[in-house]
Design a protein around this ligand. Structure first.
Ligand SMILES: Nc1ncnc2c1ncn2[C@@H]1O[C@H](COP(=O)(O)OP(=O)(O)O)[C@@H](O)[C@H]1O
Ligand SMILES: [Mg+2]
Length: 341
């Protein structure tokens, strides 16, 4: 039987669709958070919808007519990020042939989205903190203080508390950003959203590729989508649907039209870089990658479940004792996660 989402009635807030309780709670808070001017920190694995949430906040806020400026901190070279954000004066560094405004200035009156904030170098973190506290900054090489009225929304797929403990992220900046936290669970923990999102993407791609005829996913296709773990979250689902919409020739989209790329199953974060491998034994490389994966996995779950071992173990589909063994092995202090909200 063909299956599809009734798009007109799909619950969404500014394009952020939700069916699961977890996302309904997020959606409910968006207008409230949009009404404030405090910093927001959105955490969640890659592809969980951090940017679309941030955009919704901007367009729900009094700043909606102002600029929306998105910066990916991981994509800007470390030595340029400070000038990218805050601008520079002529001669501030060898390639600064003229002075330039930074993105903070460009975002005046609007919202600045700092994606992958964990990649911001420590020096720039200090400058950002000062900016958040006083709305003041100095362009690189400039003594005069400038002011700018910008709301900052930061996002990360890493646990900034852990990074703060390791001194690679400033704790004071973490606290400052975390005034209004939003946590987006991975798609595999909110499978109720899969059908809604899949139906939405089918509709979207059908229309943009000129199909337009309202094709539906068959029940078998939906089953196949529900059985997958979606390590790339909503972004991966979107890609899979786009491909199937392009390739399906019938008037509905069946299980055979859905091609889930097994390569995407590999967790990027736990991947082995060829550089790291040079001269390392298989056993040691494997142990390193597995250790890192285990630690990240456990910390993520503990963070999501506010340090509650029983809930975290349940989400991991492990028994509490085996889960606790892992926590002990990695010497993770679960109390760190208790105050999460
Ligand atoms: N709840 C949602 N409703 C509609 N589209 C979504 C939702 N979550 C994610 N998407 C879409 O999935 C893709 C990835 O989302 P994005 O916000 O870029 O994730 P992230 O910033 O966490 O990596 C985007 O195309 C986005 O529009
Ligand atoms: Mg993103």
């Amino acid at each position: 039987m063909p299956h599809g989402a009734a798009l007109g009635r799909s619950p969404h807030i500014r394009g952020f669709l939700y069916a699961s309780d977890a996302c309904a709670k997020v959606a409910e808070r968006l207008p409230v958070i949009a009404g404030s001017d405090s910093s927001v920190l959105i955490v969640g694995e890659t592809g969980t919808g951090k940017e679309i949430c941030a955009q919704a906040l901007h367009y729900l806020s009094r700043r909606s007519a102002g600029p929306w400026v998105a910066v990916n901190c991981a994509a800007v070279p470390v030595e340029l990020i400070e000038s990218e954000l805050f601008g520079h004066v002529k001669g501030a560094f060898t390639t600064a042939h003229s002075s330039r405004h930074g993105l903070v200035k460009e975002a005046e009156g609007g919202t600045m989205f700092l994606d992958d904030i964990d990649c911001l170098p420590l020096l720039a973190q200090g400058k950002l903190l000062r900016f958040l506290q006083q709305q003041e900054y100095r362009p690189v090489g400039c003594n005069a203080v400038q002011r700018s009225d910008v709301r900052v929304i930061a996002a990360s797929n890493r646990d900034l508390r852990v990074l703060a403990r390791q001194n690679s992220f400033r704790q004071d900046l973490y606290f400052r950003l975390n005034v209004l936290p939003i946590a987006l669970p991975p798609l595999r923990e909110r499978r109720e959203d899969i059908a809604l999102l899949a139906g939405h993407f089918v509709h979207q791609f059908d229309q943009s590729h000129g199909g337009g005829d309202g094709r539906r996913l068959t029940a078998e296709a939906l089953q196949k989508l529900l059985a997958h773990d979606w390590p790339g979250n909503v972004r991966e689902l979107r890609h899979v649907i786009e491909r199937s919409v392009l390739l399906a020739t019938g008037d509905s989209i069946g299980a055979d039209d859905i091609d889930i790329d097994p390569d995407l199953d590999a967790d990027e974060g736990a991947g082995v870089g060829s550089g790291e491998l040079a001269g390392e034994s298989f056993q040691s490389a494997k142990k390193r990658v597995v250790d890192r994966f285990e630690r990240q996995y456990i910390e993520t779950l503990l963070a999501l479940h506010h340090g509650n071992l029983t809930h975290a173990a349940h989400a991991a589909k492990k028994n509490r004792r085996a889960f606790f063994e892992l926590v002990r092995k990695h010497q993770i202090d679960t109390r760190r996660f208790n105050d999460a909200s």
